[in-house]
Ligand binder design. Structure first.
Ligand code: GDP
Ligand code: MN
Length: 382
């Protein structure tokens, strides 16, 4: 017989693991669906590529060279670097690069002080002349064809925003090999879910490393919000709430170098989680009016980010409590054996660690989100 505590623990655990598992299995069936869009693959709109920088001296030249390696017609691209008072000469390096590549249309903007990525993006937006605005981080590198493949999707006027998928860049002989493993596991599943959600209608989670917006729609929203850190997911969700598609596509791929240490990896994850939590908290009241096909996706994601982490913590705490109150019963033995079993198998252990770490980070971020917004953040060493 199960005790009351054990029953509660089981129920919470089943919902915590069962709901995302069910959602994952369900959503995977949508992954290979057609886009349901009228796409002209030869469409090449004029694009304004915005690269926001704060102390990106290590990356800015490689970043600009990476952009011009894309096979997009030169005369349809404008590059806008917007720097917020970097102290490492980022803008001088960009200028020097520009002097060596005069055939590109490039604008260099500087802000006198740093007040966050969103505000810098809005400044760049005022100078953008393209129909499509692309935001791409200085420390993110694009796979060939990403620009043209993503831009072509805007030939369908229902597409409001597009994001690329991210691959964690793996380097050999690094001291943070574990972080690379965890990030790869996370990205693998994350990417599948983003694309599958996009096939249904839209995904509320965008990758700031590479995102495309139809400029008109972005301007209708008043640009990027200055009171949320997630310039990516929050903006994309607003686009989707307005009825346009906000989609993640496998044709656009970004490589992202990993932070140098486990510690900086964790602090990057914590900030990104905080920004996501802010997004879901802020749009919750608009959920009832979401487009019908987007609504279930948004509701599930809001649940997974705001509530589900607590179920794991509650279930785990009750497990310990029940151990004290009821002693080591059969059920607890089974649970313990399952956990130990997973720890012994490398892949299972890595997955379990990734999962639990993400849940703990989310729970911590939910608490933090009541006080902190983190619109300006510490640069992570890469
Ligand atoms: P992470 O990838 O989540 O760790 O975030 P990053 O620190 O790499 O920031 C993403 C991009 O925004 C990078 O290109 C940064 O240089 C840039 N960035 C971050 N904060 C600011 C800011 O205050 N102003 C400007 N202009 N760019 C910023
Ligand atoms: Mn980055």
């Amino acid at each position: 017989m199960l005790t009351f505590l054990e029953l509660t623990m089981m129920l919470l655990g089943i919902v915590h693991f069962g709901l995302p598992l069910f959602y994952y299995v369900y959503i995977r069936t949508k992954l290979n669906r057609p886009w349901n869009l009228n796409i002209d693959r030869d469409y090449r709109p004029r694009i304004s590529l915005i690269v926001p920088t704060f102390n990106e001296g290590d990356f800015i030249e490689a970043k600009l060279s990476d952009i011009v390696k894309q096979d997009y017609p030169e005369d349809r691209i404008e590059i806008i670097v917007v720097d917020s008072a970097s102290s490492d000469g980022t803008i001088d390096l960009a200028e020097a690069w520009n002097a060596r590549h005069l055939n590109y249309n490039i604008k260099l903007l500087t802000e006198p002080d740093r007040r966050g990525k969103a505000r810098a993006l809005n400044l760049a937006l005022r100078h953008a002349e393209g129909e499509i605005v692309v935001v791409t981080d200085a420390d993110a590198f694009l796979r060939q064809h990403s620009l043209k493949e993503a831009a072509a999707l805007f030939s369908d006027s229902t597409v409001g925003a597009v994001t690329g998928i991210i691959l964690a860049e793996r380097r050999k002989n690094r001291d943070n090999e574990n972080a690379e493993i965890y990030e790869s596991i996370y990205r693998f599943h994350h990417n599948i879910i983003r694309i599958a959600e996009s096939k249904i209608h839209s995904t509320p989670i965008f990758n700031g490393q590479l995102m495309f917006f139809r400029k008109d729609y972005l301007l209708q929203l008043g640009g990027f919000s200055l009171d949320v850190g997630a310039d990516d997911s929050y903006t994309a969700t607003l686009v989707a709430l307005a009825g346009y598609r906000a989609i993640a596509v496998p044709e656009a791929v970004v490589y992202e170098p990993m932070p140098r240490s486990m510690r900086s990896y964790m602090s990057m994850k914590a900030r990104r989680a905080l920004h996501l939590v802010q997004t879901f908290r802020k749009i919750l009241n608009r959920l009832p009016r979401a487009p019908s096909r987007f609504k279930p996706v948004l509701a599930v994601e809001a649940f997974l980010h705001l509530i589900n982490p607590w179920l794991l913590l509650a279930s785990g705490s009750i497990f310990l409590l029940s151990f004290i109150v009821d002693g080591p019963t059969f059920l607890k033995l089974v649970v313990a054996v399952m956990i130990v079993g997973m720890m012994l198998v490398k892949r299972a252990r890595e997955f379990l660690f990734t999962w639990v770490a993400n849940q703990l980070i989310l729970a911590y971020s939910i608490l933090r989100s009541f006080r902190s917004h983190e619109l300006c953040w510490k640069k992570i060493e890469k």
